[in-house]
Design a protein around this ligand. Structure first.
Ligand SMILES: Cc1cc2nc3c(=O)[nH]c(=O)nc-3n(C[C@H](O)[C@H](O)[C@H](O)COP(=O)(O)OP(=O)(O)OC[C@H]3O[C@@H](n4cnc5c(N)ncnc54)[C@H](O)[C@@H]3O)c2cc1C
Length: 308
């Protein structure tokens, strides 16, 4: 990730300012505020603003007049109860706003999460930076044969180099054509430039875009449960992992409850639960007579850390 001098100066100016407030603030998140957490080769996530804290969740759940009316252990217990029983609205009382820089193909997955407010950089108005995501060699994997949405073995040697060359060359070529079509500042006075809204259409999906993304804690946890999960594509998962660090700092009690009851938890169907009960009673259960199909069986054995 490379920020320009102007961008770093803007962040430093923002971080140099402070204001007295009666609202709840969280020192650990204040320490991270505005700073860009690097993600992928040119991307980042940074917290721009937030509202509420762990106490706000508790306060809303109790509809109380004051803050911190109980002991921390009682607050933690209530937050864990709310998370365990899938209460949602107390967590919606906290909000957070991020500035994210991400490749367009990641943005396309991310934008499917509709319960957020988004404002993306306008490539009708601005010119996108000449920055493309190129996977690190350890991410250059072949198509998985077992999982149609996943990756298999790593590409190595010449095959990996060739792929990286193609990715770099295609992105560079299309960006060169983009710049040529724009003809910014009338660099070539003998021809008109194409409008930005049209010139952008040939950029590759690994070109970086940026947006402001604001959501509440309940919907953020939903996003993170899907995107910080091992099944999520690596390129969006690393953003979710960076955001988890900000959530740990912001609402440590809720974050720990989320890690315990959602992120690190597993959901078992009634059939799976029946199999687990039979196993615990000492029965030897096999897939054909378990009542589970092969895929369900494999998923259950993975959860139980047993061979399928
Ligand atoms: C591993 C993975 C693979 C995926 N693969 C594909 C794929 O192949 N193709 C594809 O198209 N998508 C795919 N998706 C996207 C996925 O189907 C969802 O669109 C995305 O995860 C957003 O989830 P969401 O709707 O729950 O989130 P949000 O849009 O944030 O919504 C949160 C919740 O609000 C409620 N909600 C929001 N809007 C509505 C509405 N209009 N009506 C009713 N309820 C609403 C729902 O309960 C929803 O769960 C994939 C996602 C993941 C994590």
């Amino acid at each position: 990730m490379r920020l320009t001098d102007d961008q770093m100066a803007d962040i430093a100016t923002s971080r140099g300012q402070s204001a007295a407030t009666r609202r709840a603030t969280v020192p650990a998140l204040e320490a991270m505020l505005y700073q860009a957490l690097p993600v992928l080769d040119h991307g980042f996530v940074r917290v721009i603003d937030y509202m509420g804290d762990d106490a706000a969740v508790v306060q809303a759940a109790r509809v109380s007049y004051g803050r911190g009316t109980r002991k921390v252990s009682e607050d933690a217990g209530l937050i864990r109860y709310l998370m365990r029983h899938r209460h949602s609205t107390p967590f919606e009382m906290c909000e957070i706003k991020y500035h994210v820089k991400l490749p367009i193909f990641v943005a396309r997955q991310w934008i499917r999460h509709r319960t957020a407010n988004v404002n993306e950089i306008s490539a009708r108005y601005s010119i996108l930076d000449r920055e493309f995501y190129l996977p690190a060699p350890e991410q250059l994997a072949a198509q998985s044969s077992a999982n149609r949405q996943g990756r298999g073995d790593l590409l190595e040697g010449d095959a990996a180099l060739r792929v990286l060359d193609l990715l770099r060359a295609d992105a560079t070529l299309t960006y060169d054509h983009y710049a040529w079509m724009l003809n910014e500042n009338n660099a070539d006075p003998d021809r008109p430039g194409l409008s930005r809204e049209l010139a952008r259409m040939n950029l590759t999906l690994n070109t970086y875009t940026q947006w402001y993304w604001k959501t509440d804690l309940h919907n953020l946890f939903h996003f993170l449960s899907l995107r910080a999960d091992a099944h999520a594509q690596y390129e969006i998962r690393v953003y979710a992992e960076a955001m988890m660090r900000t959530v740990d700092a912001w609402v440590p009690l809720a974050s720990q409850a989320f890690r315990d009851y959602r992120l690190g938890a597993a959901t078992l169907s009634a059939g799976m639960l029946a199999v687990v009960k039979r196993m615990l009673s000492g029965q030897a259960v096999t897939q054909p007579e378990s009542g589970l199909n092969r895929r369900e069986w494999t998923e259950l054995m993975a959860v139980l850390d047993r061979p399928a």
